[in-house]
Design a protein around this ligand. Sequence first.
Ligand code: 13P
Length: 334
Amino acid sequence: MLLFQKSILSRESVGGMHMTKEIRKTAQAMVADGKGILAMDESHSTIEKRFKEIGVENTEENRRKYRQLLITAPGLGKFISGAILFDETIRQKTNDGIPFPKVLEQQGIIPGIKVDKGAKPLSLFPNETITEGLDGLRERLQEYRSLGAKFAKWRAVITIGKDIPTKACIKANAHALARYAALCQEAGITPFVEPEVLMDGSHSIETCLEVTTQTLAIVFKELKALKIDLKGIVLKPNMVVSGISSPDQAGPEKVAELTIKCFKETVSPKVPGIAFLSGGQSDESATLNLNEMNRKFKGQVPWKLTFSYGRALQRAALKAWNGGDANIKAAQEA
Ligand code: 13P
């Protein structure tokens, strides 16, 4: 019996070493210099909102056509290191029958997959949410790996409002993020860890700083408690910005300064890179803010700083496409 246990243990540790190397390599490739990550993992209800803006019907075929347009854009791999797909999308194929993950690989882009099942109301905590999707995740990760996914994404949502966020909500979400990250690393998939403090509201940038600092501190405490290999994750946070309805909008210089201050206090230097979400910022603001951070702090911080935008990358392409086959080239150029 003892011998049996020993052989299992040693097999696991050899496998474990191999996995560690793989997840670290993927994490580094995700934040490679000069490249960012394309978030194209909108759920059916989110893509419905985006399609509505351009008057396109939300059918499986239209979703396939639109996502095909994105991933087949010529030269995309020069600027994009990885793309986050949705469950439906990772199973879809081009007009020529090539599976989407394969197309990405041919472009030199790492395929990723959103694995959370969305933010749901947190019982007993009005106006707060908990992200679901842990049950059965081990098995789903195995399947996604076989479909070509090398990294995964899980988004936790923290809302700023009257008397919120509560510490209980932040802790529950941080714990779920850590359990997700552990399952990913066990499966040889690099976890993209996304605690998003929403920019909705009229709060000041200082409030966003306070809440983001508290959130990231708790997230890293939970990651450490669950033995996550921090060299094998990528962090996907919000920038520290003013609430979207605040009359006092901080400019790029202040956003860069407070965002980096926040990370210096909370993010382990072992983490190879930080790839921001755009979170409803305009394309221009999201770009200017990130540029300012890199201009001022590149080389002074231990992490690579890049983007993992959804809206801020797709807005122009979506508008140019407008649902028309004749507009594909214009959309890809956008
Ligand atoms: P946005 O950049 O549109 O916020 O989307 C990024 C993302 O992946 C949200 O989970």
